[in-house]
Write a protein that binds this ligand. Sequence first.
Ligand code: CMP
Length: 138
Amino acid sequence: AGNITFTMIKPDAVADNHIGGITQMIEEGGFRIVAMKKTRLSEERAGKFYEVHKERPFYNDLVKYMSKGPIVAMILEKDNAVEDFRALIGATNPEQAAEGTIRKKYAKSIESNAVHGSDSNENAQIEGDFFFAADERF
Ligand code: CMP
């Protein structure tokens, strides 16, 4: 059985009609969508989601950015999901993202970088639980 990771399509990518393009790259990359929803984070919820970054200089801007419009949250399943998904999305800074990655194609800046991807198995569980109940996973 595969393990899981968590992703969000960020507000600019949703606003620019890239839900389909990004989801296609995810499925063609061998990931199975276990759970999916379009929703909007309040500033308070975005602040909680990114709590691990609260001492970083970019935290306040990140929280404002992530709450400015709807996002699409997903739990994804694949063998080696966390690491393979980070390879599929590419570097946080799109200027450093490799050809063929989601961020190379869709990111506009380090903040508006199209998608989030969990950085560990532990955070994938925490982040998936933040958005999805047991009966929303298939
Ligand atoms: P994400 O994978 O969602 O995790 C944390 C986010 O913080 C990251 O993507 C970027 O969007 C943002 N981020 C990371 N580093 C910086 C930075 N130096 N300046 C602004 N935003 C950043």
